[in-house]
Design a binder for this molecule. Sequence first.
Ligand code: AMP
Ligand code: ZN
Length: 114
Amino acid sequence: MMDCVFCKIINKEIPAKIAYEDDQVIAFHDINPQAPIHLLIIPKKHIASIMEIDEENGGLLKEIVRVAQNLAKENNIDKKGFRLVVNTGEEGGQTVQHLHFHLLGGRFLTWPPG
Ligand code: AMP
Ligand code: ZN
């Protein structure tokens, strides 16, 4: 999608520190990290939010979880713990309208979130 910042990262039109990439999924470092490890894992297909996941594209979730598990291991937070977060919609704090999973770790995370 033309005006989507994450599609531009996928298309290499704007730079990002890419941590993982395959034909369906890409992961990169958040530009404004909220924890020592803060990665964004996204489908390459433009899907606006988790509300657009259906029978047809649902397989992507499995791929994203697999990537999250591998990145957690690579960053040595798989055993210590981490958080996988999908902000959704205005009240959910979603600011980029391309589905993304935040992988946060490397410090004690508080609960409940703000
Ligand atoms: P959310 O608020 O859940 O929609 O998360 C959007 C995230 O994208 C925020 O944590 C931003 O810091 C991050 N972000 C926005 N633009 C970029 C960019 N160009 N490169 C990396 N991360 C970005
Ligand atoms: Zn997009």
